[in-house]
Design a protein around this ligand. Structure first.
Ligand code: UD1
Length: 339
């Protein structure tokens, strides 16, 4: 059986996806440089699935080393997660973001072409929509100016893939635009474990409740939304993982009509920052220490998904809601803090 190459397989979304792929009968090879993850993820995957992961500690920017992975394995597809993803860091260090996120993809595409690996699933982001003119966003909603270098890297990567597909007609790609992934695996053996300091809302909430941080700053309370805080679409990590397996199968079964298929992955529900905090307080029974502060540079006001296309093409529907996300994230925070 041909294998699936997962880049960033030790990371948050990558590791949950590997579990889903293995449980669906696929054979996986992971490449990760552990810049925002660590090798313990592989142990957890083994604990959950009973399988040892074939893996390489390699930076995708090093094409020579990456070639070794293609030389030693026969791949049907690549799922490309490995990238930097902090909006704030990308504003302060744009070159690092452009270098890492663009070069990683370009090196992969060169090698996919050289070794004739025809399928690519790419991790994009709803940030490509910028401040969208209508909500919920569908895949046809026009892209607005990127609000951060991070978002810009995702727009450019999508363009690189489409340009590549135009001149390589035997290749197909699914571009997955994630909304806000959060929550933990149902086994409570795995969840979001930021290696560096967390900068996404849900882990910051759980770390604050755990006493790892004094307080949570709510970035901006004067936005034109129902309570003045930003609206986002939080999607459970296990639902997101399942969509990757569905997307690979969609390509493997030759169901893709277009060379490049864009798919939104969100729950379809927009929640404000305060609503997320209140959902956490409800499911955990804890009061959260937070204060309303200034807006964060690079934030869009509101974005949530229309996932009709995901449902139509890959038969995907989110199975879990915001309460499930917050409860699983809280159980995982308690678990990882105790070990
Ligand atoms: C952004 C992208 C998302 C991408 C993610 C990667 C958009 C719309 N979304 O998510 O596609 O996957 O980056 O990191 O660009 N917040 C606080 N206090 C905090 C932290 C966050 O109030 O301490 C607020 C933010 O202002 C935002 C919401 O919580 O309104 C979610 O923030 P975050 O978890 O960082 O994700 P996004 O920036 O939405």
């Amino acid at each position: 059986m041909k294998k699936i190459l997962v880049t960033g397989g030790a990371g948050y979304i990558g590791s949950h996806t590997i579990i889903d792929l293995i449980e669906s009968g696929h054979q996986v090879v992971s490449v990760d440089n552990f810049i925002n993850s660590n090798a313990q993820s592989y142990d957890r995957i083994t604990e959950i699935t009973g399988q040892t992961i074939q893996q390489y500690a390699i930076d995708l920017c090093d094409r020579q080393k990456l070639e070794q992975v293609f030389r030693e394995n026969d791949f049907s597809s690549v799922i490309h997660f490995a990238a930097l993803k902090s909006v704030g860091d990308s504003v302060s260090d744009p070159l690092h973001y452009y270098h890492n996120n663009l070069l990683g993809l370009i090196n992969l595409l060169y090698l996919q072409k050289q070794y004739q690996v025809h399928h690519l699933i790419f991790s994009s982001s709803c940030s490509v929509y910028g401040n969208a003119e209508s909500l919920p966003v569908t895949e046809r909603t026009p892209l607005k100016e990127a609000e951060s270098p991070y978002a810009q890297t995702k727009q450019v990567c999508e363009q690189i893939i489409f340009d590549f597909l135009k001149v390589n007609p035997t290749f197909k790609s699914v571009i997955l635009r994630y909304f806000n992934p959060a929550g933990a695996h149902s086994s409570n053996l795995m969840g979001e474990s930021p290696h560096n300091i967390a900068n996404n809302l849900v882990p910051i909430i759980t770390e604050t409740a755990m006493g790892k941080r004094d307080a949570l700053s709510v970035f901006g309370s004067d936005y034109p939304t129902r309570d003045g805080t930003c609206v986002r679409d939080y999607i459970h990590i296990m639902d997101l993982a399942a969509a990757h397996t569905g997307s690979v199968q969609f390509l493997l079964d030759n169901k893709a009509r277009d060379a490049g298929t864009i798919i939104n992955l969100g729950s379809g529900t927009g929640s404000t920052v305060l609503e997320v905090i209140h959902a956490f307080e409800k499911v955990s029974g804890n009061k959260l220490n937070y204060s309303l502060t200034n807006r964060r540079p690079g934030d869009v006001v509101a974005v949530y998904a229309d996932y009709t296309k995901a449902n139509k093409l890959i038969g995907w529907t989110p199975q879990r809601n915001l309460d499930d996300i917050m409860l699983s994230a809280w159980r995982w925070e308690q678990k990882r803090s105790a070990t």
